[in-house]
Ligand binder design. Sequence first.
Ligand SMILES: C[S@@+](CC[C@H](N)C(=O)[O-])C[C@H]1O[C@@H](n2cnc3c(N)ncnc32)[C@H](O)[C@@H]1O
Length: 253
Amino acid sequence: MIRPDTDSLTDFGFEKVAFEEKTRRVRAVFDSVADRYDLMNDLMSIGLHRFWKGFLGTLARPARAHPCVLDLASGTGDLLSVLDRAIPEPACRVASDINYEMLRRGRDKLSHGSRFTDVFWIEADAEKLPFADRTFDLVTMAFGLRNVTHKDAALAEIRRVLRPGGMVLILEFSHPRSVSVQKLYDRYSFGVLPRLGRWVAQDEASYRYLAESIRRHPDQITLKRMMEEAGLARVDYFNLSLGIVALHRGYRL
Ligand SMILES: C[S@@+](CC[C@H](N)C(=O)[O-])C[C@H]1O[C@@H](n2cnc3c(N)ncnc32)[C@H](O)[C@@H]1O
């Protein structure tokens, strides 16, 4: 019998799968949810995701007046609207995601007016970014890192494409600080989210993966350490909604 080499396996929610299998399955999750993604975000978080993203906007203060901005795992482009308010005159802006369907919906959603016609929409894996070293003053990533197979590779890429002095902001589900909040949150994520997924998006499995992937994601302190190991400096984080979400900030010196 050939035993799977456990070093070559990774988490897909609570399952163990091969690395390349995870990337393929994450892509399939977002292909499946793309149509209902924005609606589900509002329902699942009772609108709170707008507040979390808005908070990221308040911290988006790159060193240069006309910065180059990269939004990674941009999905349907919510952060572009937030950053548009925070940084009215960027020198360039790029929205990048591994999933074409998510990006297409973002582009269609934002391309109606004239404000977003200068955005470059780039299909790319956060682990292998097609950008030159030291290109961006600000890199953002909201609810994307959790889905990346090799998080250390993505963090190293973020550092590589940042200019010296550049800032990264990573918004992600995290781990509530209090045990009772964690228990309530577990009941919500494992009880309610998959059902909502079934009723609204006809896709229970993807929303079960969401709940499981949140549980598997590194906690606040571990992610801070991972960012430091990737060479990012002055890393700190802010707990939002009792630590259900955390916003990590770091710099390339
Ligand atoms: C939960 S959505 C977040 C979208 C958007 N940032 C937001 O906050 O609404 C996660 C996104 O991460 C993308 N993603 C997953 N793995 C990725 C990878 N390796 N590289 C780039 N994007 C990835 C998915 O395609 C999906 O669009």
